[in-house]
Design a protein. Sequence first.
Length: 167
Amino acid sequence: MSSSSSVARLSGPLMQQWFDLALKTHEMLLSSGLVIGMRTERMARAGLAPSADDLAEFQLMGQEKLDAASESGFAMARQWHSSHFSLANRVLQQWLRSTTAFFSLAGSITPAQAAAHGDAFVQSAADTVDAAGELPEIAARIARQGLTPIHAAATSNARRLSGLEES
């Protein structure tokens, strides 16, 4: 992988994934702040004698947090598992290629063989680095999968509690 393609990779889809994740996180935090404010105000107004509607909302609040956290954890585990398996398989393949290339280089008899095997070894090492370069993209996918259910709950609650969602 050339340095210009490394720069293009970092400034392209990978940066877009992290930027999108940052925007979703920002939106989720704003929505959460709004929901926390509205629910805290409702709790303060209810005081020691909450109505049936208040109690239902307070129970919903707790259940939504548990559901979103559970769904988030499962989503991240699924994404990690599939990404980990794929990356581990690729790294193993690269390791085998590198080992083969190294032993071919060590067993070279002529300068021409050494040059050819040396090129193969360098290329396999570069491919291994390229495989390891997938880690930031995998991290972004795992974070995005984990944020999705929490973002959905926070933004949905913000719309519902502020009256922006039609009943």
